[in-house]
Design a protein around this ligand. Structure first.
Ligand code: ATP
Ligand code: SF4
Ligand code: MG
Length: 375
């Protein structure tokens, strides 16, 4: 596979996805849930970006918002969101349809449910071909690895395919439309372990060969290594850190990213317990007054529960009070040697929340099941 850090875009090219301070609430019978609490994320042409974070951190909400595909209980409360320069939240239905048809592609967890159960695969592929591409649809099926079963797959209904085959068909349908951005929401979590790597490789290589950007939502941080160029880490409805995969995982800046990386299985000998993140993720009922990670953060400062950390942009972007001054969070970290030494010495506190006041409108249980491996 080609070098994942090779990104064919320049930082100045117009983003295929840009959301800034995006706020989305769900209105439920039991009250409001704030799913996005000021999420900021930029994906540039050709980037292969992983979006990781624990369950409920807002990954799917952000991804579906890109196509304005959220259900009617979702309310856009603030911020902006553009896809290839088109303001998604404000555009007219006609422009929205064009955006979904021409610019965006979605690959979901359950491929069978993403396909029309009443129509043969071949016909669905023909209908997906909005621009009547020169390449016959059957060639796209071969390209996604179904060359040995072309006839059978072409004539099949979705339920006659295995999960892996159906996901390849779903990817082929998305590729036919030549989108600028493919959003894949846990595309392999419903598949056998033996198929997961193959499908991820297929997605990534198909995007790279077409110059199409990919936003890959996943809980499996290790699966993005060697595949994705960039990684964005979400927590409590915000993107708390972004950067190149190699730099971010080798030298995580945000305490939550550090905790996630520390919870990954590595070279530890049998019997050695992995470092778990105490407590559980928050369920917000409104804007968090401080940092949503504060109740679980081993490096929290006094102001973390009362003052929202700003997102510091730069080659590495990070949203944390430990990096207050610089646009480049990594250099800020290195110049703040004293503060870092202090925070590192506190990182061994096994019960960080014991010394912290709890956040006002964000709750994170500290006696819930430990969050073990990855996000
Ligand atoms: N339709 C909905 N109605 C009410 N609340 C919702 C709805 N969809 C999501 N939520 C809530 O919004 C928050 C963010 O959910 P979201 O599905 O975006 O997270 P996620 O990071 O994709 O989680 P997972 O990894 O489990 O897929 C969660 O607290 C979730 O319970
Ligand atoms: S140090 Fe403060 S702002 Fe940074 S992650 Fe911990 S609680 Fe949040
Ligand atoms: Mg999700």
């Amino acid at each position: 596979m080609s070098d994942p850090a090779r990104v064919p875009s320049s930082p100045d090219s117009e983003p295929v996805l840009a959301c800034s301070d995006l706020e989305i609430d769900y209105a439920g019978r039991t009250g409001r849930v704030r799913a996005l609490d000021g999420a900021t994320l930029t994906v540039r042409p050709g980037e292969v970006m992983a979006l990781v974070g624990e369950s409920g951190s807002g990954k799917s909400t952000l991804a579906l918002a890109a196509g304005r595909l959220l259900d009617s209980s979702a309310k856009y409360s603030g911020g902006s969101l553009t896809v290839c320069g088109t303001p998604v939240l404000e555009c007219e239905p006609r422009a929205l349809r064009a955006l979904r048809r021409n610019l965006l592609g979605f690959v979901f967890q359950n491929p069978i449910s993403a396909l029309d159960p009443t129509m043969r695969v071949g016909r669905q592929l023909e209908l997906a071909d909005v621009d009547h591409s020169d390449t016959p649809p059957v060639e796209t099926l071969a390209e996604v690895g179904l060359q040995d079963d072309l006839d059978r797959v072409w004539r099949s209904y979705p339920h006659q395919l295995s999960g892996g085959m159906a996901q390849r068909v779903a990817i082929a349908m998305v590729l036919r439309r030549q989108p600028k951005l493919i959003v894949a929401d846990e595309p392999t979590s419903a598949l056998d372990a033996s198929r997961r790597g193959q499908i991820l490789d297929l997605l990534v290589s198909s995007c790279r060969s077409r110059g199409c950007a990919l936003l890959l939502l996943t809980h499996d941080i290790q699966s993005v290594v060697g595949r994705c160029s960039h990684i964005a880490v979400m927590y409590g409805g915000r993107v708390v850190e972004t950067g190149l995969v190699s730099e971010t995982l080798d030298d995580p800046l945000h305490p939550y990213t550090r905790a996630l990386v520390g919870a990954l299985p590595g070279d530890e000998p049998p019997g050695v317990r992995l470092e778990a993140i105490p407590g559980g993720p928050p369920v917000l009922d409104g804007p968090c007054p401080g940092c949503a990670f504060a109740p679980r953060c081993v490096e929290a400062l006094a102001k973390c529960t009362t003052t929202r950390p700003a997102l510091r942009n730069g080659r590495r972007s990070v949203c944390c009070h430990l990096y207050p001054n610089s646009g480049d969070a990594a250099s800020s970290l290195r110049s703040a040697g004293e503060g870092m030494a202090e925070s590192q010495s506190r990182s061994h506190n096994p019960h960080p929340s014991a010394s912290l006041p709890s956040a006002v409108s964000c709750t994170a249980s500290t006696d819930g099941p430990a969050q073990g491996r990855g996000a």
